[in-house]
Design a protein. Structure first.
Length: 349
């Protein structure tokens, strides 16, 4: 007979991301540590085993961005028709981010303010522009759309840089521009601590949860195709707009696992002592800040800010105060920027 398990803690942040809201924010400083090797960012050995992403249709790798040559934080140097000038004129940077990803973008239940790695990075951009900041909590599936329709100026939402997003996918004009890479994540599994499964394939015929419209969902689709070819039942996929709802379904026993970026899952494990992150990373997820396709100069400006944050240690400090509170493994290296992207060379719809 299976031993009775204690009730799981209730997820505090899932409900607030069910709708887009505008809020102001504070700084994130979680304090507890979860001792689990699997919570680490993609280790060097695992990175080497992951097949590098193919180049985009301009011959550049996905992580290649626009060099910040000639960019400064002096408004007098910005072209009058630039995104920076427009943001300065309204004296506010409107950003899209998550509201339920602990350590990256989640509301502190005591203060009501958003906190996390992405939040702190966004603050640095706003400070460099010399403007205030408004946060719009959005779902994974709204990240590209909200950039394209101009409802946000910038997106920081644990977003993977890939060619489909640079180029526009499926013949649709949904392309965006990316900053240089500021964090390296990898896709893993969140399971019950008494589970012996460490790979998605082992959940053949069972239900797992994944964030909708994410690179994580795309990878599970590929795994299911392989399972079917091998004559096995595919994994049953619950793809949800709000990633926090995956934790709720997991805690209520509606799914047996959650798959997503290890950054997101680390926050879930921090909230649930009966859960753990397992397995080697099955993907490389380089994070970038998203910028509207028609604002390449703003991508350059963001890259200028990220360069400064790498050089003065700010990115390292942000890591230690967010992700660093959840893992006991060595700190991952700060990704070095790759430049060389020329927007005109991309074949976009």
């Amino acid at each position: 007979m299976m031993a009775m398990r204690m009730p799981r803690p209730v997820l505090l942040t899932a409900a607030i991301a069910s709708a887009s809201v505008l809020v102001l924010t504070g700084c994130a400083k979680p304090s507890e540590k979860t001792s689990a090797e699997a919570l680490s960012a993609v280790p060097v050995a695992a990175k080497a085993a992951i097949k590098p992403a193919a180049n985009c249709n301009d011959g550049q790798p996905p992580v290649a961005s626009l060099a910040p040559d000639g960019i400064t934080t002096d408004p007098s140097t910005w072209p009058s028709d630039s995104a920076m000038a427009a943001i300065k004129a309204k004296n506010r940077l409107v950003v899209g981010t998550s509201g339920d990803v602990l350590l990256w973008g989640a509301r502190n239940p005591n203060t009501g303010q958003l906190e996390g790695f992405d939040i702190d990075v966004l603050k640095q951009v706003a400070n460099a522009l010399g403007v205030g900041i408004t946060y719009k909590v959005i779902n994974y599936g709204d990240r590209l759309k909200d950039l394209q329709n101009g409802s946000v100026d910038l997106v920081a939402h644990t977003m993977t840089i890939n060619c489909a997003r640079w180029q526009g996918s499926n013949g649709q004009p949904n392309a965006i521009n990316f900053s240089s890479e500021y964090y390296q994540a990898g896709q893993k599994l969140l399971v019950r601590s008494d589970s012996k499964f460490t790979r998605i394939q082992q959940f053949s015929g069972q239900s797992i949860c994944v964030p909708k419209a994410s690179t994580n969902e795309e990878l599970v689709t590929g795994i299911n195709q392989d399972l079917v070819k091998a004559g096995k039942a595919p994994v049953k996929v619950e793809a949800l707009d709000v990633i926090g709802d995956c934790l709720v379904k997991f805690q209520e026993g509606e799914v047996v696992a959650v798959t997503g970026d290890d950054t997101v899952l680390a926050g879930f494990a921090k909230q649930d002592p009966y859960a753990e992150v397992v397995g080697q990373p099955i993907s490389s997820e380089p994070y970038g800040l998203g910028v509207k396709a028609t604002a390449p100069e703003f991508a350059q400006f963001v890259n200028f800010v990220l360069e400064r944050m790498r050089n003065d240690g700010t990115l390292r400090t942000i890591y230690r105060e967010t992700m660093g509170t959840a893992i006991d493994t060595p700190e991952p290296g700060i990704p070095q920027p790759t430049y060389g992207r020329i927007i005109a060379n991309l074949d976009r719809p």
